[in-house]
Design a protein around this ligand. Structure first.
Ligand SMILES: NC(=O)c1ccc[n+]([C@@H]2O[C@H](COP(=O)([O-])OP(=O)(O)OC[C@H]3O[C@@H](n4cnc5c(N)ncnc54)[C@H](O)[C@@H]3O)[C@@H](O)[C@H]2O)c1
Length: 327
């Protein structure tokens, strides 16, 4: 297929582009490089803004795409609370420009990067797709709103879409060619690895008195290559009309302490931890019921334990920092 990948210079998009190319697709990345990295794009790259309708029209006219994978968004939960305007404009309004360009040029298939943040605090775990939607941040609200836009575009215009609600994306290409390179970084595993390498602050654990076995928050870490393979499968599932939404998580939760222990095990380095207060709005446990994704897509995550995910992340980070992964 001829595919347009918005945000393909970023973390999840970049890993997905490689799996799409391996599967034989023709891929064009569209990214403004606000957070993405030019050197990590292994295919055609068009630099542009999502809300630049003239640029999108020209791109669609030339590209004759069969489908779009839409990763481009802002994704800092904390920033979305202090600067909601940025999030509504980029994650919703700019996304509408993309959808209307697709409509104009007769492109009817879209895979959308959604998030478990659409649920907010769950009424039960594991979380299935029918859980109530009560996002606690403008970021989560913006992603849920875009899912609702997709549902109305399916009804009115026949747009076929698959919203993939990722849990915590983690890990790196096992060959060390690409990894998680956010600036600023807010995700647990890269922060712990920075601390292990002596390149970052000590790790602060936010809350040690949650009603979980070790008192720290539990999250579902899903390997970025498993997310990527789900996107390839989702393209085939777009033969079905309508707007669908699927959870992408392993179904297993790890606590913050368990992740830090996995990082100690993999890096064989000491990691200093500072215990702090709970953060507002952090539910004790979030992990996915992924049955629907397994049934609908035939998806099976290959990385199901924290240590193997951390191992791929460490291999990549160690290479960036000029360290031997085993030391
Ligand atoms: N990383 C996670 O754990 C996670 C979890 C759930 C959902 N998501 C979603 O997955 C997607 C990708 O996340 P990521 O971690 O790879 O983020 P990322 O920041 O690495 O990638 C996003 C990319 O989009 C580009 N971009 C942003 N706004 C743009 C615009 N207006 N025009 C053109 N390009 C633009 C950025 O330059 C960047 O390359 C996001 O939509 C995010 O909300 C990520």
């Amino acid at each position: 297929m001829r595919l347009l990948v918005t945000g393909g210079a970023g973390y999840v998009g970049g890993h997905t582009v490689r799996v799409l190319l391996d599967a034989g697709h023709d891929v064009t990345v569209y990214d403004n490089l606000a957070y993405g990295h030019r050197e990590s794009v292994p295919c055609k790259l068009e630099i542009g803004e999502l809300d630049d309708r003239a640029a999108l029209d020209e791109l669609f006219r030339r590209g004759r795409f069969d489908a779009v994978l839409h990763f481009a968004a802002y994704a800092y939960v904390g920033e979305s609370v202090t600067e909601p305007s940025k999030y509504w404009r980029n994650n919703v309004a700019a996304g509408l420009e993309l959808l209307d360009a697709m409509r104009k040029h007769g492109v009817e298939r879209l895979v959308f990067s959604s998030t478990c943040a659409v649920y907010g605090p769950p009424t039960r775990v594991p979380i299935d797709e029918d859980e109530r939607k009560a996002p606690e941040s403008p970021y989560g609200e913006s992603k849920l709103t875009f899912e609702r836009v997709l549902a109305s575009y399916a009804t009115a215009y026949g747009l076929r879409s698959m919203s993939l609600r990722y849990f915590n994306a983690a890990g790196a290409r096992p060959d060390g060619s690409l990894g998680e390179d956010h600036e600023p970084e807010t995700h647990l595993i890269p922060l712990v690895l920075r601390a292990a390498a002596g390149r970052g602050d000590n790790i602060r654990v936010f809350g040690t008195d949650y009603p979980t076995p070790d008192g720290t928050c539990i999250r579902d870490y899903v390997h970025v290559d498993d997310l990527a393979s789900a996107h390839v499968l989702a393209l085939d599932a777009l033969d079905q009309p309508g707007a669908q939404a699927l959870n992408l998580g392993t179904g297993k939760g790890y606590s913050v302490r368990e992740i830090i222990d996995a990082c100690r095990m993999v890096t064989k380095r000491p990691i200093q931890v500072v215990e702090g207060e709970r953060r507002a709005g952090d539910p004790p446990a979030l992990y996915a019921d992924n049955r629907r994704a397994r049934e609908t897509l035939g998806w099976q995550p290959r990385y199901t334990d924290a240590e193997s995910i951390v191992r791929t992340a460490w291999a990549w980070h160690a290479k960036q920092w000029g360290l031997q992964p085993g030391t």
